[in-house]
Design a binder for this molecule. Structure first.
Ligand code: ACO
Length: 310
């Protein structure tokens, strides 16, 4: 690579400008971006399942319309992100194959079951809240198509978070049984939500390089702390307890202290051994197989058209 080409890339990063698809970039940068964007896209697509399971059982027409819109947004985010990965030379079919063969990861959070309708609210509040916390800084990520995708995605995530919180507020104003249902969902989702931010900084192999390339703007632990600080007052307003006896305000640090995360559980879930991993992948595989004839027909049609033109 000529020195001036490499320098142009470095200067783009230093000046906080965006790297665009046709620009030269180091192989490692391209690989890292494809990895992160693909994992993110897979998370959106797999993330349709836990809540999608409640669409037919939503308690009212209003709740059903909201949930349908939300799950459709997630499909949109996934497709949008696969397109961003394609600008780096990735092949969408190949990415899907890697997902269903367990060769590419998706977020740990979607490997837990949704047991009651309160889970829909808690996913909106905590899971989408954590997603926003992680993704707002990615609007300034150094790869242009990814950063721009994040702007739209974050707007829709804000709606998702608000619908979740509003649903929980409504349930907390209901019967004792409804309040207990919300508390139970909070107890089950709190720790997995903290795991969404990834391993602790000292055990995060990709962080240093991704921060140097300005793909990531904050470390995993920084964003996790931001999420805890943001969520504690929301839990108080809602009237639920976060299941962590070590959680308290530390006036010296100006942040909340919190208890130890179970990293053994995290590692198990991201290597395929979580409660719902097998089911999530089996469902995605089925959908891919069921849709194969559509892709084949579209390809045959495109080939025929090309033939007619030449
Ligand atoms: N679930 C699954 N895998 C994870 C998670 C998680 N919560 N956190 C980290 N990992 C994986 C990393 O992808 C990496 O895997 P790999 O190297 O085998 O590919 C490994 O664990 C080590 O982690 P890090 O070195 O910290 O990885 P990275 O620098 O990529 O940081 C992070 C992880 C913070 C998730 C980053 O990739 C990111 O910000 N991604 C974009 C956001 C995203 O994907 N969100 C999806 C869930 S939110 C939603 O869809 C509602």
């Amino acid at each position: 690579v000529p020195a001036d080409v490499e320098r142009a890339f470095t200067e783009t990063i230093e000046r906080d400008q965006r790297v665009e698809p046709r620009d030269w970039m180091p192989d490692g940068y391209r690989k890292t971006m494809i990895r992160q964007i693909a994992q993110h896209a897979h998370s959106e697509i797999i993330g349709m399942q836990p809540e999608g399971a409640w669409i037919t059982r939503a308690p009212s027409l209003r709740r059903k319309a909201i949930l349908l819109a939300k799950v459709q947004d997630e499909a949109g985010h996934g497709l949008y992100l696969y397109s961003a990965a394609e600008t780096l030379g990735a092949d969408r079919g190949d990415l899907t194959r890697r997902l269903i063969e367990g060769r590419q990861k998706y977020s740990s959070i979607f490997n837990y079951p949704t047991l009651t309708f309160a889970d829909v609210g808690v996913i909106g509040w905590l899971v989408d809240g954590a997603a926003i916390c992680n993704q707002v800084p990615l609007c300034r990520s150094s790869y242009g198509p990814y950063a721009r995708a994040m702007i739209r995605i974050c707007k829709e995530e804000s709606f998702h978070q608000r619908q979740g919180y509003e649903l929980l507020m409504t349930m907390m104003g209901g019967t004792g049984a409804q309040r207990a249902m919300v508390q139970d969902a909070v107890d089950r989702w709190w720790w997995p939500s903290l795991m969404m931010f990834g391993p602790p900084d000292h055990d995060s192999p990709n962080s240093a390089q991704s921060m140097a390339w300005k793909i990531k703007r904050h470390s995993n632990d920084e964003l996790r702390q931001r999420f805890v600080d943001m969520t504690v007052p929301q839990a108080e307003a809602l009237g639920v307890t976060l299941p962590d006896p070590a959680l308290r305000w530390n006036s010296e640090r100006g942040h909340h202290d919190f208890g130890d995360i179970d990293w053994v559980e995290f590692k198990k879930v991201i290597s395929g051994g979580g409660p719902m991993n097998a089911e999530r992948i089996a469902h995605r595989r089925r959908a891919d197989e069921d849709g194969a004839w559509v892709r084949e027909a579209a390809a045959a049609h495109a080939a025929k058209k090309r033939g007619a033109r030449s």
